[in-house]
Design a protein around this ligand. Structure first.
Ligand SMILES: Nc1ncnc2c1ncn2[C@@H]1O[C@H](COP(=O)(O)OP(=O)(O)OP(=O)(O)O)[C@@H](O)[C@H]1O
Ligand SMILES: [Mg+2]
Length: 235
């Protein structure tokens, strides 16, 4: 089933035309990767999906229904979770408090949902060890794990991840890769991942390549050619 279907999307910043006629789909249980050089519009696409940016034309369907007029919190409640580039955890709140914020997306919000699903600690044991540390005292990789854990606690149907391995030590990149594969296998959600690390990109089922705001190539990652890799990944 298509979780997300984007049709002919055009997003602008003021008068600058960023996304150009973007069409993508994300299905349940699959990992889709969005690749492209710096500044082509990858983050703009994710922000358009979650409602932080308002596309000028085009359509976004979530499980078949239009969400283009829904506000960000409504889209979060519908089941779209987002891990922003740069993570954006709250530095002065503890790990536990940061995680709890993720449950705002649940029915009843954080008032009615207090228990942290232990699946998050299974995926990222460090978060349990550091439950009472301040978010700002964690390493970049640990903060990334916290941001993914927080997003998962909203029990999303689709998870959007914007460069989760950017600036992170290689051993933690592996942990994050493993966790994302486990999340997909064990919960059946769909994942859209913006990623630059080739090894991680290859773990995805399908890819879309973006250039100047348009999707210029797509297909199964098993068919990623050297040409596409050198054009769209900075490796
Ligand atoms: N708030 C903004 N106002 C105006 N232009 C912006 C704004 N944010 C981004 N842009 C421009 O929009 C274009 C797309 O930016 P976007 O952040 O979507 O790229 P990206 O593919 O995510 O890049 P990166 O790989 O560096 O994260 C860029 O040319 C950028 O300069
Ligand atoms: Mg970006």
């Amino acid at each position: 089933m298509n979780l997300i279907e984007v049709k002919n999307l055009n997003t602008y910043y003021g008068e600058s035309h960023i996304l150009r006629n973007v069409d993508i789909t994300i299905r349940s249980g699959e990992m889709v990767c969005l690749i492209g050089r710096n500044g082509v519009g990858k983050t703009t696409l994710l922000k358009s999906l979650i409602g932080l940016l308002k596309p000028r034309t085009g359509e976004i369907l979530f499980e078949g229904d239009s969400i283009i007029r829904d506000r960000p919190h409504q889209r979060a409640r519908s089941g779209i979770a987002y891990v922003p580039q740069g993570r954006e955890i709250i530095p002065y709140l503890t790990v536990e408090e940061n995680l709890t914020l993720g449950m705002e997306a649940l029915q009843g919000g954080i008032e009615k949902n207090k228990r942290i699903d232990p699946f998050v600690f299974e995926l990222f044991p460090i978060l349990k060890d550091f439950l009472f540390r301040k978010g700002g005292d964690l390493s970049g990789g640990q903060q990334q794990q916290l941001a993914i854990g927080r997003a998962l606690l909203g029990r999303p149907k689709v998870l959007l991840l914007d460069e989760p391995t950017e600036g992170i030590q290689p051993n933690i990149i592996k942990d994050i890769e493993t966790a994302i594969k486990r999340i997909i296998n064990e919960t059946g959600i769909g994942v859209l991942l913006v990623e630059q690390h080739l090894h991680f990109v290859r773990q995805a089922d399908r890819y879309y390549a973006m250039q100047r705001g348009g999707i210029v190539a797509s297909g199964p990652t098993s068919e990623l050619s050297k040409d596409v890799i050198s054009k769209f990944l900075s490796v």
